[in-house]
Each structure stands twice: as structure tokens, then as C-alpha cells.
Ligand binder design. Structure first.
Ligand SMILES: [Cu+2]
Length: 150
């Protein structure tokens, strides 16, 4: 799997800057998008949110190359794995919220057909404190797993 080295380096640097000392800064890292196995099905975005000095809420995750998005939580009901939409997500001060396979995620409906594995797309994270954070996110194929470069 090929990924853009520059975005990974930028994300790592950002994590290093926000991770040590000073007041906590609301930020997003470790984000990636997994495309659907079948074209036309929704893709999924995973990411980690770091809370700032004040509590807030994540309202939405959107992208200019995606028609519609929903925040979801995966649940196990007996043998059935299901997903339920969640409205918004509280982000406590200095919290670390991990959106990962098997848990919370953003569902991406109608991804632009030009979006391919190995490319990056922008994701826009909107918070209740009126802050918007845009992140350039690598795209992986349906069968790929994300590698973490730490
Ligand atoms: Cu979902």
C-alpha cells in the first residue's frame, strides 16, 4: 500500500507539537478513509480527536468529495454486528477519542468516483465551539488496513 509520506510526516509533527506541554489544543490525527469493496456503497472514515482546553462536541465530519456523511457507532447485538447513527459526540477537555474499526466512525455516502486508493481527500471536522478543522486524509482500498507510523 502506498501512502503520501508528506501527510504522515505532517501529522506526526502536529502530534508532537500538540502532545507536549502548554494548553491542550483541539486537533485531529491518525485519520484515513477506507473505500467500499463495491463501488456505490458507502466508505468509512476513521480518526482520533484530541480535546482542547475546553470541552466541546463533534458535530459532523464532511468532505467536498462526498455527498453525505453520518456519524455511526458499531454495536454487537447477539451475533449481529449493526451500526446506529449518533447525533454528535462530546469531546471533553484533553480527551482522546479514537474512531476505529468496530467502534465509532464516519460513514461516507456517494464518494466522488475519482477518489482512488493512494490519494488524499480533505475531511472537515466541525465542532460546537464553531471551530472547523480540515485534514488531508489518505485513502485506502477496502481490503487494506491502516498502518500507524509512530
Ligand atoms: Cu457506519
Amino acid at each position: 500500500m502506498r501512502r503520501s509520506g508528506r501527510s504522515i510526516l505532517a501529522a506526526t509533527l502536529l502530534a508532537a507539537i500538540t502532545g507536549c506541554g502548554g494548553p491542550a489544543t483541539l486537533s485531529v490525527d491518525d485519520a484515513y478513509v477506507r473505500l467500499p469493496a463495491v463501488a456505490g456503497r458507502p466508505g468509512v472514515a476513521y480518526f482520533t480527536i484530541h480535546g482542547g482546553a475546553e470541552p466541546t462536541r463533534l458535530l459532523s465530519v464532511t468532505s467536498p468529495v462526498v455527498v453525505r456523511t453520518e456519524l455511526h457507532e458499531s454495536m454487537n447485538r447477539g451475533a449481529m454486528a449493526t451500526m446506529v447513527p449518533i447525533r454528535d459526540v462530546p469531546v471533553a477537555a484533553s480527551a482522546k477519542l479514537i474512531f476505529a474499526p468496530g467502534g465509532r466512525h464516519a460513514m461516507l455516502f456517494d464518494i466522488n468516483a475519482r477518489v482512488k486508493p493512494g490519494k488524499n481527500i480533505p475531511l472537515v471536522f466541525t465542532f460546537a465551539n464553531n471551530q472547523r478543522i480540515e485534514v488531508d486524509v489518505p485513502v485506502i482500498a477496502a481490503g487494506d488496513t491502516a498502518h500507524h507510523h509512530h
